[in-house]
Ligand binder design. Structure first.
Ligand code: FAD
Length: 415
């Protein structure tokens, strides 16, 4: 029997992980990306594999957001403009910020998180991926009692779902992370987490797919997807690719292609930024482990000879315009928690769009009414983390095999 041909649209971490596990199952792979492989949100993220971490939808989220949205120094920014789709999304998002929904989401993200950690460890070892992978956990650092209480709640929630998380006092966090300044109120340590350079991870894995006979085409913008028994995609260059199955993994840009097949996905682009600081070796004490600065949601990750500061959540539409004040917020925030932060050492500034669903879960599964077209998107703040689990899940679903985790809550038809 000939190998099934699968066309994966979008070569970010999600598309590449799907392609990898599909190839492992024997599929003939074509990955199409309108840009270079791995140059979307997957390029410059914080590089933290934060398995088991709760999603954005939390009971206190809306109240907290209201205190942040008008303050330019906080991580959240909503550009003032008329945008009915965003208004509807925010409404649905807030309706999903309940204790019950959080528990239900953790019931899905917990098993996916356990599965992804195993897959990451196996993947990096089996494929000998050179991506700076370090399974050394990460810390949360809090400056306020509100932040410390929040961290304690996350720790309790994650522990109840089988993750090794530890609440720390202010003194402990300063002792264990010497580059943290004095005067912190508390924190946490997430032992099972790992870090890597996300772009190196995606390109290394993409290279393995090509080496195994997969075809990766950059500069191929898919303009149309046709469903039905013999699905196909057409590209702006005028090429047409027929397939036995199609996977749409176009991140924050997933709405149009899915909508053409009658599926409306409530996904909003949540813009985040990074500022990388060169490690001159002079900053002492040097940050050795990744940490998230609780109140500001800035991640600080030592990565490939740099310190990456990444964060902010900006809802300003589908564009890559960078706001200098948002970039400045990263270094200003980090300087309040850590020694040795110097904006003059900046060597890279970037923004990317997180594909954020209104209910806090990714979208993984068959499009409604389509036997052979699948979506894998909506991973918001956890696309790197959930990449391997999503890829393995898609490979199971495409092959018609029983998935390792229950995929029904992730179905694109749930909205
Ligand atoms: C600042 C920041 C920090 C983050 N930190 C972390 C972190 O520490 N850990 C974590 O797990 N996650 C993190 N994330 C989230 C993570 O980066 C995303 O969830 C993830 O990258 C989404 O991957 P993706 O493959 O769905 O999308 P993308 O990486 O955006 O890939 C989508 C691809 O589809 C292509 N495409 C779009 N439309 C078309 C089309 N019509 N035809 C062909 N190709 C198309 C694009 O060119 C792109 O390459 C962070 C995000 C940001 C912005």
């Amino acid at each position: 029997m000939s190998r099934p041909r699968v066309v994966v649209v979008g070569g970010g971490v999600i598309g590449i992980c799907c392609a990898y596990y599909l190839a492992k199952r024997g599929a003939e792979i074509v990955v199409l990306d309108r840009d270079a492989i791995g140059h979307g949100a997957s390029y410059g993220n914080a590089g933290v594999i934060a398995a088991g971490h709760p999603p954005m939808n939390k009971p206190d989220r809306v109240k907290h957001a209201l205190t942040q949205v008008f303050d330019p120094t906080t991580p959240l920014y909503i550009a003032p403009r008329f945008d009915p789709a965003l208004a509807a999304w925010l409404w649905r998002f807030s309706a999903n910020c309940t204790t019950r929904k959080l528990e239900a989401n953790m019931g899905v993200l917990g098993p996916m998180g356990h599965s992804t950690l195993e897959l990451f460890n196996a993947l990096v070892a089996d494929e000998d991926l050179d991506c700076g992978y370090a399974a050394s956990g990460y810390f949360e650092v809090c400056r306020t009692e509100f932040g410390a209480e929040h961290a304690r709640r996350d720790v309790a929630l994650m522990r109840s779902h089988g993750f090794d998380a530890e609440a720390l006092s202010g003194e402990e966090i300063v002792r264990r992370v010497p580059s943290v300044k004095d005067g912190m109120t508390g924190g946490a340590y997430f032992r099972e987490a790992a870090t890597c350079d996300p772009h190196r991870f995606v390109t290394a894995l993409a290279e393995r797919i090509e080496r195994g006979g997969g075809r990766l085409e950059a500069g191929q913008a898919v303009t149309r997807v046709t469903g039905g028994p013999q699905p196909a995609v057409s590209t702006a260059r005028g090429d047409r690719f027929e397939a036995d199955a199609i996977v749409l993994s176009t991140g924050a840009y997933s709405l149009h292609l899915a909508r053409d097949l009658g599926c409306r996905l409530p996904i909003q682009p949540g813009k985040g930024y990074h500022r990388d600081l060169t490690d001159t070796g002079e900053a002492r004490p040097r940050l050795e482990a990744a940490c998230v600065l609780s109140e500001t949601s800035v991640f600080c990750t030592p990565m490939s000879g740099r310190l990456r500061l990444a964060g902010t959540m900006e809802f300003s539409g589908l564009n890559h315009r960078m706001r200098p004040s948002r970039l400045a917020q990263l270094t200003t925030a980090a300087g309040r928690y850590l020694h040795g932060i110097d904006a003059d050492r900046t060597n890279s500034e970037w923004c990317g769009l997180r594909p954020c669903t209104s209910d806090g879960l990714p979208v993984v599964g068959r499009l409604p009414g389509q036997a052979k077209v699948f979506a894998a998107t909506g991973h918001a703040m956890a696309g790197l983390t959930l990449g391997p689990a999503t890829g393995a899940l898609i490979a199971d679903l495409v092959a018609g095999a029983a998935p390792a985790v229950d995929a029904s809550p992730l179905s694109p038809g749930r909205f």
